[in-house]
Design a binder for this molecule. Structure first.
Ligand SMILES: Nc1nc2c(c(=O)[nH]1)N[C@H]1C(S)=C(S)[C@@H](COP(=O)(O)O)O[C@H]1N2
Ligand SMILES: [Mo]
Length: 408
């Protein structure tokens, strides 16, 4: 793989006609080795100046686009072709200010209340660790990943492709916890998880709290995780304890989880009732619209991004099926006229993980529009176009996600 990562926004990031073209060479240890500046623009400069917020200061700044103090995405060129996203490159998204680091001083003492089961109780992370352990690889992706491609200017963070990563989660299967507590209440239709943030004063808690409901069938695969990529779950990503619902969009994976309730109805918190609802442009969110639960099949190219070489090139990318395993990925280097099947790289970490792919191809001098199209095991393929919707959710159209590569 190339040792060059792109800093600032490149020409393949949407909404830029005069992109910063700053490139920094990164040595094997990830240290900056050389810097070259080409057509440096004020926009790129301003963005570069944004430092990481304190709760994410341990992250690799050069691998991230910092949108705000609560939103950072992985640079397309830093996604790489590994089966797991390194923790220091994983995107971050907080709806509320993150809790202080001291919530993880004694992670085993963190308490989670389990309700809507035959024997409701409060368990510590220490208790959970004695109830069982399992590891699942799953893609964590924000519902708004790809929002920047929507021409109507969907409000919210302008994520390109990097509000996603593939993570190894370790914790106890929710099913095991529920079984130990006598099973879920008979009328339970949803699993409702509540985040442990301190809510700002003076606001109706329902309008700000992170509380999400998912259908009870998710119990078959959900886990309460205390580790990420083989390390104690950092507070940045929801430590000491996080609800992980494999194959479901990011928002359902509630961080610093303090209550898990089996409920008859979905929560009436705003983030569930009107937030994360798919509706036409101009329409307000409401509970009768589809909620951002299971993810759709998706892929994108990660290299090359700007310049190819004459002759043989290796096209890399990542692909996943959401709650369904992946079946194949095709790549086109002529904007979708001709397609060729790519080869998967590395081990298959299960249906919820992404699969890096590679396709070897020869390129002539000129510009090439490179696109990828994934198909899941049920035969669903990425559509060519996005589905327009007010908040720019769930974009998996292959056309917008392509890259234009120049060969001299
Ligand atoms: N408690 C809590 N959980 C949360 C959030 C939050 O703000 N608070 N944000 C959600 C959203 S919208 C996303 S995309 C993911 C982001 O996870 P990450 O920050 O670990 O990447 O966490 C979800 N879980
Ligand atoms: Mo999100």
């Amino acid at each position: 793989m190339s040792s060059t990562v792109h800093i600032g926004r490149g020409p393949n990031d949407p909404g830029l006609d005069n992109p910063g073209r700053r490139r920094i060479l990164v040595g094997s240890a990830g240290a900056m080795a050389a810097v070259s500046l080409l057509g440096f623009t004020p926009l790129a400069k301003a963005e570069e100046a944004k430092t990481l917020p304190e709760f994410a200061a341990w992250k690799d700044r050069s691998a991230l686009i910092v949108h705000s103090a609560n939103t950072m995405e992985t640079q397309r060129g830093a996604i790489g072709s590994g089966v797991i996203t390194p923790s220091d490159r994983l995107f971050v998204r907080n709806n509320l200010p993150a809790p202080a680091d001291d919530i993880a001083t004694d992670p085993d003492a963190w308490e989670v209340r389990i309700e809507g089961v035959k024997k409701p109780t409060t368990l510590t992370v220490g208790d959970l660790k004695r109830m069982g352990v399992t590891t699942v690889a799953s893609v964590l992706q924000c519902s708004g990943n790809g929002r920047a491609f929507f021409p109507h200017g969907a409000s919210g963070t302008q994520w390109s492709v990097g509000a996603a990563g593939c993570v190894l989660w370790t914790g106890v299967a929710l099913k095991d916890v529920v079984e130990a507590l006598g099973g879920a209440a008979d009328d339970a239709r949803y699993i409702t998880s509540t985040g442990g943030e301190t809510l700002p004063d003076g606001l109706d808690p329902k309008t700000v709290m992170v509380e999400r409901s998912v259908p009870t069938k998710a119990m078959e695969t959900a886990l309460l995780a205390w580790e990420m990529n083989d390390e104690a779950l950092p507070v940045t990503h929801g430590g000491p304890l996080r609800m992980v619902v494999p194959g479901y969009f990011g928002v359902n994976n509630v961080k610093y989880v303090k209550t898990v309730a089996f409920t008859e109805n979905q929560t009436d918190a705003k983030i569930q009732a009107s937030g994360y609802r798919v509706r036409d442009v101009g329409v307000k969110g409401s509970p009768d619209q589809p909620s951002m639960w299971d993810m759709n099949v998706k892929s994108w190219v990660t290299a090359p991004l700007e310049n190819g070489r004459k002759g043989r090139n290796m096209i890399y990318g990542v692909a996943f099926g959401g709650t369904v395993a992946l079946s194949k990925v095709e790549v086109s280097v002529d904007g979708g006229r001709n397609w060729k099947e790519a080869r998967f790289l590395g081990p298959d970490l299960g249906p919820y993980a992404w699969r890096p792919f590679v396709m070897a191809t020869d390129l002539d001098a000129g510009e090439h529009r490179i696109v990828s199209r994934a198909t899941d095991a049920e035969g669903n393929s990425q559509p060519e176009e996005r589905t327009e919707n007010e908040r720019g959710y769930g974009h998996n159209g292959w056309k917008d996600h392509g890259v234009t590569v120049a060969v001299a």
